[in-house]
Design a protein around this ligand. Structure first.
Ligand SMILES: C[S@@+](CC[C@H](N)C(=O)[O-])C[C@H]1O[C@@H](n2cnc3c(N)ncnc32)[C@H](O)[C@@H]1O
Length: 357
């Protein structure tokens, strides 16, 4: 964990970590012209009491804000491994400008999703506009060969009833799908005969008829009364439905830190786009949500923030993580004294971090 101005720290990290980071999540300031504070009892978006502490100020506007993000994204791209991804959390007011910058830095061909995140319950806004309950997360990869663990959501009761309408003789719910797909192949095996049947006109078998024979012997093909074969898919063999691009991870009502994000959001991102040996970075880490999620999922992590309050809260949260046989949260804490020098404040047993400092 490093306290400091992130651009200077990123420049130093580039010396040792270029092409080595599998996942970057950042939740930067959103150009809201707001000072975020922390008081005795609550966190706030404007100072409620004179003795509240400032967590951070979000005062850059227009060109200055876009350029602030762009400079950091350029280094972020250099840090990413070829299998790496970046997720940038932003709001609906400034997000579309940042999308253009990300297209420029990462390439539009590497744009993967604009995820809509439902951030709160509907409210009675007084503005003459629709209520805003979402923000956005822009997801890019560095190349096409990105780490992707294809997250699934479990089927709920309604999904199961809607999708798996049939029950076999053993009481297992299932559905069937066609064995052929659009398009004819000229000479390939998939245009051949299966049980004496050609695929219907304008279509081809989804796999080699020899594989279809195996499926049939395993009892995984259902034949309709008029002799049409379909593949059987059992509900209990599917690990869930594909995750879509609208996510419901609401912010906490009583956060420890202003703009603190929901840890399940971070766990989803880290599980989908990194592996256990991966290094994950959040260089606007705030109260450390990304770091805690990464730690709990056994990833390596680096967190950077320049706010005393952020670092204090993140370190307090990390200290509460349970030590288990499989996971032990040991990390080095460094402070950037100025743009070029980092000082180890609390070094445990991480030689790499010491060398880096
Ligand atoms: C929106 S908050 C991040 C909240 C975080 N995702 C969480 O769950 O707690 C943005 C953070 O960026 C930090 N920050 C802003 N500008 C920075 C800079 N130039 N260098 C390092 N940190 C910065 C702020 O101190 C603040 O903690």
């Amino acid at each position: 964990m490093i306290k400091g101005e992130n651009i200077a720290v990123l420049q130093r990290l580039r010396e040792n970590y270029a092409n080595k980071i599998d996942l970057i999540y950042i939740d930067p300031p959103f150009s809201t012209s707001t000072t975020f504070t922390i008081g005795e009892k609550r966190v706030s978006a404007i100072s409620m009491c004179n003795d509240d502490d400032v967590a951070y100020s979000d005062n850059l506007k227009g060109f200055d804000f876009i350029e602030f993000i762009r400079e950091r994204l350029i280094i972020a791209r250099e840090l990413l491994s070829d299998a790496g991804s970046i997720y940038l959390h932003i709001d609906y007011k400034i997000g579309h400008y940042i999308k253009i910058i990300m297209d420029e830095v990462f390439g539009i061909e590497n744009f993967r999703n604009d995820i809509t995140r439902i951030k709160c319950n509907p409210k009675n806004f007084y503005r003459k506009a629709y209520g805003n309950i979402k923000d956005m997360i822009l997801f890019y990869s560095k190349t096409k060969n990105v780490i992707w663990n294809d997250p699934k959501l479990p089927f709920n009761k309604q999904d199961k009833e809607r999708l798996f309408t049939k029950i076999d003789k053993n009481g297992r719910a299932y559905t069937t799908i066609p064995l052929h797909a659009p398009g004819e192949t000229k000479d390939g095996a998939t245009s051949g005969l299966f049980k004496g049947l050609k695929p219907p006109q304008g279509r081809h078998w989804r796999c080699d008829p020899r594989e279809l024979e195996e499926l049939d012997s395993a009892g995984l093909i259902e034949w309709s009364s008029n002799g049409n074969p379909r593949k059987i898919i059992y509900a209990d063999e599917k690990d869930g439905k594909k995750m879509q691009d609208i996510w419901d991870f609401k912010d906490y009502q009583y956060p420890d830190y202003p703009t603190e994000k929901n840890i399940d959001l971070l766990k989803t991102i880290i599980s989908a786009s990194s592996s256990e040996e991966s290094m994950v970075i959040d260089f606007f880490c705030g109260s450390g949500t990304t770091l805690i999620a990464a730690q709990e999922l056994n990833r390596n992590w680096i967190g950077i923030d320049k706010s005393d309050q952020a670092i204090k809260i993140a370190r307090k949260k990390l200290s509460k993580l349970e030590k288990t046989f499989f996971s032990n949260c040991e990390y080095s804490y460094l402070e950037a004294k100025n743009n070029y020098e980092l000082k180890i404040l609390n070094e445990k047993n991480d030689r790499k971090a010491r060398n880096f400092a």
